[in-house]
Write a protein that binds this ligand. Structure first.
Ligand code: KG4
Ligand code: ZN
Length: 339
């Protein structure tokens, strides 16, 4: 089975060709980071216009790199939710047009299940049931996964996503966008315990998350409650690094604790972690450490499959096709696109 996947839910225009749901023949991801950088986050209107510019060249390039003619494809898979509505519509409309033109089935893919699929794609031996943590710029959610095409929500953020907190704290520190990789870079090798930011765990058994408090704590720490501290980006580099390391440590500790709780409460012994923040080396290290200590296993995709990509979309599309999922050219018209 040979599928073309298309992903435009946020600020990456991506396409990929995947064979048998196991091997990527080509994967192209164009990031809009430079366009959004000066705003410190994704601007929806700019994102959808940029998708419109990029989608045709990205798909053409993907097919050329894969050396695949449209005739050889079995289906087209596209992310339909959740995401920025204007961005999603670009990918969905384009995929509909291709499916119509090429007379291929169209598979509607959920972006969060696709992030989880990146773990199955990476590790052929990974099998449900498992607990999945999807931790990105838009989401921080724990799921119980009984089969690859379905997940039950166990807990989610009540305010900011973890990646969003990384981005906002990086902006406070003057480290630029996207914040996650920048914070990880300056925090590397820096003792994290010199400042202690709050770890918001909510109730004792809660599997929900809250990251808005830590963002405010960092803001007050850097500028003072009356904003009398140095201006944004004017912290001395050593202080920047100390704050970055302490912030990263606090977020990682919360994420690890919630995973431990989810595994304990469900009685499952396998964890799969994906989404942009899953690229964070400290998080990977601490989860591996806990897994070893407590006797469960943890799976991560390689970093390029943690952040948004279309390999995970084509892979999940393949699984859906195998399971005989209904394919329908009218996904958008039926209001299935969006949140
Ligand atoms: O999955 P993704 O590409 O897009 C969404 O679906 O949101 O995730 C992007 C998020 C951004 O907030 C970015 O700062 C964060 O993932 N991120 C990281 C790292 N790499 C990306 N956060 C922490 N450490 C990283 N190394
Ligand atoms: Zn994502």
């Amino acid at each position: 089975m040979l599928l073309l996947g298309i992903e435009t839910s946020c600020d990456e225009t991506a396409a990929a060709v995947v064979t048998e749901g196991r091997r990527a023949l080509a994967s192209v991801v164009t990031s809009q980071v430079p366009l959004h950088r000066k705003f410190g986050g994704v601007v929806p209107e700019i994102a959808s216009r940029a998708h419109l510019d990029a989608i045709l060249p990205v798909v053409k390039e993907t097919l050329a790199r894969a050396g695949v003619e449209p005739d050889a494809l079995d289906a087209v898979a596209v992310t339909v939710r959740p995401g920025l509505i204007g961005s999603l519509l670009v990918g969905v409309s384009f995929a509909q047009a291709l499916a119509l033109l090429w007379e291929k089935p169209l598979l509607a893919v959920d972006h969060l299940l696709a992030h989880i699929e990146a773990c199955f794609f990476t590790d052929a031996d990974l099998e449900p049931p498992l607990v999945a943590l999807v931790v990105s710029g838009g989401h921080t959610s724990l799921y119980r996964v009984e089969q690859r095409t379905q997940a039950t929500l166990l807990g989610a953020t009540t305010d900011d996503a973890a990646g969003e907190a990384f981005d906002k704290v990086a902006s406070i520190l003057g480290l630029g966008y996207p914040g996650g990789p920048a914070i990880e870079r300056v925090a590397k090798g820096v003792e994290p315990g010199t400042i202690r930011f709050p770890r918001t765990l909510l109730g004792d058994d809660s599997l929900d998350f809250s990251f808005s408090g830590i963002k405010t704590a960092v803001l007050y720490h850097c500028f003072g409650q009356d904003a009398s501290g140095p201006g944004r980006g004017e912290l001395p580099p050593e202080e920047q690094a100390r704050v970055a390391a302490a912030f990263q440590e606090a977020v990682v500790e919360v994420l690890v604790e919630k995973c431990r709780r989810a595994l304990k409460q469900t009685g499952l012994r396998r964890l799969a972690v994906s989404g942009g923040v899953a690229a964070n080396g400290r998080l990977r290290q601490e989860l591996r450490h806990s897994a070893q200590e407590e006797g469960w296993t943890v799976a991560f995709p390689p970093k390029e499959l943690c952040t948004d990509n279309a390999v995970m979309v084509a892979a999940l599309g393949t699984e859906l096709l195998r399971r005989g999922a209904a394919t329908d050219l009218e996904v958008a018209a039926k209001g299935e696109v969006g949140q």
